[in-house]
Design a protein around this ligand. Structure first.
Ligand code: GDP
Length: 484
């Protein structure tokens, strides 16, 4: 008996693998990377993406959905066992039930959404299974900005870090770290406490750039800002050293120790991340918080452009780049999306898009980037506001209406997180140039953070999907052609 069961079990297992293989063959998958610097809106985007597909949201510009060809969409087990799962259910519950924004991305995670559809062409219907699995890969943009380090020696990394720290917009933020570094002798004997103090001070400066209202984008190493599970490990306990000469570091010196850890960071952190995740992506969406940068002024915009240039360069390394050999697939579409457009009246949405297009065009040029289709979009993955008009004297002002988060302020007014309010958000300038040249605070967009929207229910009590702005356009660009 026992042996019979065993045989039956084995047969089952064999059948399972066969079915899986066949499934893999006939139901294609698409790996979609979702990135952006911290707080750009990655978590909210993925949650809204999945929720709208599962619940059949209003998606008129997503062709397969509009023409009724999507039969259903559902979550399946993800293909990579070693990557944490994107906690979709928790995030939906926060957004929909508690009306609070979900916890932001802190590390990499993954979710598989499978879509069953009917192909639009008879030919395709005959040969495709009518299934597409979309593997959404969520990861911090900070980690991606580490890739250029692979081509830099410790000396180059140190030199550049000090050059950037000396720029007018970073000078004061970097002062404590620079003065600490000035007291350190790289040629002295290696000492763990000195290394730690320097690393902590350097990390504090990088964090200050990010938190400061100047809204500067980040500098590598990305794990100093988003350590994931590496917090406190030796690979993260290094920092640039000033005034390094051309010669080799003396064995046993602080410089030699820093250099070794920098190299360890490259080989144990950056390389595996790139190989295992970035190199396997088919498509990519890059979320940018352009509005925050615009509000903070030209330095923040220039910084965002620099970050975008570096991000694009990572996806399509030019010929001869050491990264090229590692790509197992080619990223063929990249969407650069300005999120949170629901903070503006719709009249300004196209203006926001034009500004981001300008930013992206310059980044594309500078990154010497070609081969992938790039599109640009202003959107809100979750729309927290409605639009209206308010009469002021004889004028009708376009306003947005929503529930500001508890503690938000406009002038003297402080909000309690319960009361709906009409806000006149201000306009973006009609030409992008004006936006690029505006001084800090000159654009006067009134930026209040709102609570997630209250979801409407049908007469039968069914909750409708999350409202959005142009999420359907994003879906069409990112996966539409694969459902044709
Ligand atoms: P992540 O760090 O990229 O994962 O960023 P999140 O997705 O957590 O978003 C950060 C914050 O930006 C959220 O907590 C929201 O306050 C805000 N946010 C993100 N997306 C939207 C959006 O579509 N509309 C609005 N109104 N706020 C958003």
């Amino acid at each position: 008996m026992a042996s019979l069961t065993t045989i039956a079990d084995e047969a089952l297992i064999a059948l399972d693998t066969l079915a899986e293989r066949a499934g893999g063959m006939f139901s294609p998958s698409l790996r979609l990377g979702v990135t952006g610097l911290s707080r750009a809106g990655k978590t909210v985007f993925i949650t809204a993406f999945v929720h709208n597909l599962i619940h059949g949201g209003r998606l008129p510009l997503f062709e397969a959905h509009k023409s009724g060809r999507v039969a259903r969409a559902f979550l399946e087990e993800q293909p990579d066992d070693a990557v944490p799962r994107f906690q979709y259910e928790d995030h939906v519950s926060a957004l929909v039930d508690s009306r609070i924004w979900p916890d932001s991305t802190r590390a990499i995670s993954e979710l598989r959404l499978t879509i069953e559809y009917e192909s639009a062409s008879g030919w395709n219907r005959m040969f495709s299974a009518g299934r597409l699995s979309v593997d959404l890969v969520d990861y911090p943009g900070e980690w991606l900005l580490d890739l250029p380090l692979l081509g830099k020696t410790y000396r180059q990394f140190s030199q550049e870090a000090f050059e950037l720290a000396d720029l007018p917009n970073r000078h004061d933020l970097s002062a404590p770290w620079r003065s600490l570094a000035a007291t350190v002798d790289g040629d002295a004997d290696a000492d763990e406490m000195t290394a730690r103090k320097l690393a902590e001070s350097f990390a504090a400066y990088l964090k200050a750039c990010k938190d400061d209202e100047r809204a500067l984008s980040t500098l590598p190493p990305g794990r100093f800002l988003m350590p994931g599970d590496l917090d406190g490990s030796p690979a993260l306990t290094f920092a640039p050293l000033p005034g390094l000469g051309e010669g080799r570091a003396r064995p046993g010196s602080l410089q030699a120790m820093m250099e070794r850890r920098y190299e360890a960071y490259k080989s144990h952190v950056i390389k595996p991340f790139f190989r295992e995740h970035i190199a396997r992506l088919d498509r990519q969406i890059v979320l940018v918080d352009a509005m925050q940068a615009l509000n903070a002024g030209p330095d923040a915009v220039a910084d965002l452009e620099r970050a975008l240039t570096e991000i694009l360069a990572c996806f399509r390394p030019g010929r001869g780049s050491f990264l090229t050999d590692w790509f197992s697939r080619r990223i063929d579409r990249i969407l650069i999306a300005a999120t949170k457009a629901d903070h503006l009246h719709h009249e300004s949405h196209d203006r926001l898009q034009a500004i981001v297009r300008r930013l992206a065009d310059r980044a594309i040029k500078r990154a010497d980037f070609s081969g992938a289709e790039v599109d640009v979009l202003a959107m809100a993955a979750v729309r927290a506001t409605r639009e209206g008009t308010v009469k002021q004297g004889r004028e009708m002002l376009p306003v947005i209406i929503g529930t500001p988060l508890e503690g938000e302020r406009i002038g003297d007014e402080k909000f309690d997180g319960k009361t709906e309010t009409a806000v006149f958000p201000g306009d973006l300038p009609a030409t992008p140039d004006l936006a690029f040249n505006a001084k800090a605070g000159e654009l006067a967009i009134r930026f209040v953070r709102f609570r997630p929207p209250r979801l409407e229910r049908t007469a039968e009590g069914v909750t409708l999907s999350l409202p959005h702005i142009r999420l359907d356009r994003a879906l069409q660009f990112l996966i539409g052609d694969r459902l044709a």
